[in-house]
Design a protein around this ligand. Sequence first.
Ligand code: ZN
Length: 264
Amino acid sequence: MVIDAHAHFGSILDFYMPENMLIQSMDKYGIDCAVVSNIQGIEFDHDKHPLAKDRLRNQIDINYAAIEFSRKFPGRIYPLVWVMPHTGGVSEEFCRFVLENRSGIYGLKLHPYLNQAPIDSALVEPYIRLAAEYDLPVVVHTASTDESSPRRVFNMAVKYPCVKFVMVHLGLYTDHEESIDLIAKQPNLYGDTTWVAPESTLKLIEKAGPDRVMFGSDAPISGPDGYSNPIYQTYLEKWKTLFNTHDYEKLMSGNAVKFFGLPV
Ligand SMILES: [Zn+2]
């Protein structure tokens, strides 16, 4: 079984990811299930400008759309809740939404850059407390920029040892060394393979063991054939035969099943 632990849907700004593009891409490249979040939850553009009012979406609506998507494809699509700290927040209505839909939600997704909100800021901490209360794992975009730094995720993982965090991308646009060291140090911290070269994934497995990294791709962010990228073809095809079978199963599905509590 292959699970893509990091996929998206939704169209906004220059992102074009209709639901059927993800499903067709999964079918073509042999991906059984995907953990998805709705990119329409962004609050800022690529240049850090707040989205205009007519583009900005509502925190409950976009996440309800993710749940609806998962209902159309039972057993294939598992939704995360994309948090919108500036315009949504942990309101009473939001808490009710999470509580009422808890059985169909698999975690919270935070994008510190496209939502301009560091994970260790006062703006975001109420969401982490909510994650602790409802036992939801937290998925965090990490990169070389300050607000998305892996160190900030590490700090929150230390402060909330009962919450599991995954620093996706292992720090995008970095050599991944810092993320690998931080994950090895902190048991409730995990990584994924999204835009991560196979050599770095191997290093992470060597340092932190085989249980702390999940296959993820950002599909279908670069179109319906994103999985044909040599990085992903190495994980999907080359490693199938080259890698130790037990560890390969953990990387491609087992770790994600445990991390998100997927009913597969
Ligand atoms: Zn992503």
